[in-house]
Design a protein around this ligand. Structure first.
Ligand code: GTQ
Length: 348
């Protein structure tokens, strides 16, 4: 019986078998089980850093190469070095630098992919979301939730650059992508600027407003001025060992993430402060909004400065050190993982 519980075959017998069953659309699990069900995440994503001072000239050159109208969106995608050709910065998230020149319009469209913008460089642009414009100021966190009409324009006299973060890979994975172009170049404003923020973003809400738990916030701009004030307001006592002074952006009507697929965060690291190693299952994109410092992921270390972007893969320990006082913005797929009961963190 021992022989029956321990059948043996030669490598060549096995590969002949795999070939025979392959003809029937079958493949053996035991050859791939370890990779399919790993003991812990082994992300193919690579930790990486994009230095804005090195990217800026290329972004500006794209402005001489193609118009926003011709491109529809003039964006240079930040591709993860280990996932070239896949238009993503992590397995679930897309990031890119979008440029809009003075006088240009990026025409109105909508899609099932959700987007965030983090304004980095230049003044005078606006984004319009479902009939309301918001002036884009440095550090502002602006969202265009799934299926909302949006166009971008630049009424000023300098180029404006922002970081786009989208859930493109998630929607692609689910084969749930729809998109539509508006017959109008840009949306006629239906409400004055500031209406949504006053109506939904003042710790108040319209009398008859009953949000569903999953629905994105109607607050589509989180001005940096307010974020900075909040971070300074909590900067008393000892900073959290793993986070410094960190807050998450939320939908004020539900307490959930502003959008269901992307979570966003802001943190302040006082000059000289160094975090303890932290890892979580949500691969995360960081942007330095103020100050400078160092980030270490595994063996890799890099210095970051204003407008630099870096990505930390799932379950890789991150350490941050502020040189001068630093403010970091970050985003990830954490709300998706939490909704599915998958999210984990470890504070080392
Ligand atoms: O601004 O609508 O970076 O549709 C990629 C796809 C930006 C946008 C991107 C988009 C947009």
């Amino acid at each position: 019986m021992d022989a029956a519980v321990r059948p043996s075959s030669t490598l060549s017998e096995r590969s002949a078998f795999y070939e025979r069953i392959g003809a029937h659309g079958l493949t053996p699990l035991w050859e791939v089980l370890g990779a399919l069900v790993p003991p812990q995440p082994r992300s193919p994503v690579q930790a990486a850093h994009w230095r804005y001072s090195a990217l800026r000239e290329h972004v500006m050159e794209s402005g001489r190469l193609i118009t926003a109208e011709e491109a529809e969106r003039r964006v240079l995608i930040l591709e993860n070095p280990a996932l070239r050709g896949q238009s993503c910065i992590t397995q679930s998230l897309y990031a890119g630098l979008q440029l809009i020149m003075p006088g240009e319009v990026a025409p109105a469209h909508r899609h099932t992919q959700s987007a965030l913008r983090l304004v980095l460089d230049g003044e005078g642009a606006y984004t319009a979301v479902d009939g309301e414009r918001t002036t884009m100021r440095r550090g502002d966190f602006i969202i265009t939730p799934a299926w909302t009409w949006h166009d971008h324009g630049n009424l000023g006299n300098e180029p404006v650059v922002w970081l786009d973060g989208l859930d493109i890979p998630i929607v692609r994975f689910l084969d749930a992508g729809f998109a539509e172009k508006s017959p109008e170049q840009y949306q006629q404003p239906l409400r004055p600027e500031g209406d949504a923020l006053a109506r939904y973003g003042a710790n108040m809400a319209p009398m008859d407003y009953q949000p569903r738990t999953w629905e994105p916030t109607r607050v589509f701009v989180y001005p940096f001025e307010r974020t900075k004030q909040a971070l300074l307001g909590i900067s008393h006592g000892a900073p959290n060992a793993h986070e410094g002074f960190k807050l998450r952006y939320l939908n004020p009507a539900t307490g959930a993430s502003p959008m269901p697929t992307i979570g966003a965060y802001a943190q302040r690291l006082p000059a000289g402060f160094e975090t303890r190693p932290y890892q979580s299952t949500d691969g995360t994109v960081y942007v330095c909004l103020e100050g400078s410092g160092e980030a270490a992921v595994g063996e890799q270390t890099w210095r970051f400065e204003e407008n630099d972007v870096f990505v930390v893969p799932s379950w890789q320990p991150l350490r941050l050190r502020a040189g001068t006082d630093a403010v970091l913005f970050s985003f990830s797929d954490r709300p998706v993982q939490q909704a599915l009961g998958l999210w984990r963190e470890a504070r080392l």
